[in-house]
Write a protein that binds this ligand. Structure first.
Ligand code: FES
Length: 125
C-alpha cells in the first residue's frame, strides 16, 4: 500500500529508506509548466519488484522547494537527498533502479548517474 505523508509526520523509528515523490500544488502540474509525475508507473514498479520492503514509496503533497520542479526526496535516517527537475522516463526509471540497488545491497547506495545532475540542497524547507 502506498501512503501519503509529509516529511514532518515521519517517526524516526521508521529507519528504512523512504522515497517521497511530490505530486503537490506544482510538481506534476502541466498547467504550471511541469511534466507529469508517473505515479502509476512508480507504484507498479514498486509492487512488481517488491521494493516496499526496502524503500518505502510515498506520494506526497508539496515538499517545499516548488521552484525545483518535480521534486523527489530520498530519506535515509537523518540523510536527505533532494532531487529536482525530474521529467523523463529515464529519470523515474533511475529512481526504480536506485531502489532496487538499495534492496539488493541492504543499505543506501550511491545516486544513479542519470540523477546526479538533479541533486540539490534546498535553501530552507
Ligand atoms: S509541489 Fe512539489 S515541491 Fe511544492
Amino acid at each position: 500500500m502506498i501512503t501519503f505523508v509529509q516529511p514532518f509526520e515521519l517517526e524516526l523509528k521508521d529507519m528504512s529508506p523512504r522515497l517521497m515523490v511530490c505530486d503537490g500544488c506544482c510538481c506534476g502540474r502541466l498547467e504550471k509548466g511541469n511534466d507529469v509525475v508517473p505515479i502509476d508507473m512508480l507504484k507498479t514498479a514498486w509492487e512488481e519488484h517488491g521494493l516496499k520492503e526496502h524503500v518505502k514509496l510515498s506520494i506526497s503533497g508539496c515538499l517545499g522547494p516548488c521552484s525545483m520542479k518535480n521534486v523527489s526526496l530520498m530519506m535515509d535516517g537523518n540523510d536527505r537527498i533532494w532531487l529536482g527537475e525530474l521529467g523523463t522516463s529515464e529519470h523515474y526509471d533511475a529512481l526504480v533502479t536506485w531502489a532496487q540497488s538499495i534492496g539488493e545491497k541492504g543499505q543506501m547506495t550511491s545516486l544513479p548517474e542519470e540523477l546526479k545532475n538533479h541533486q540539490f540542497k534546498p535553501k530552507s524547507v
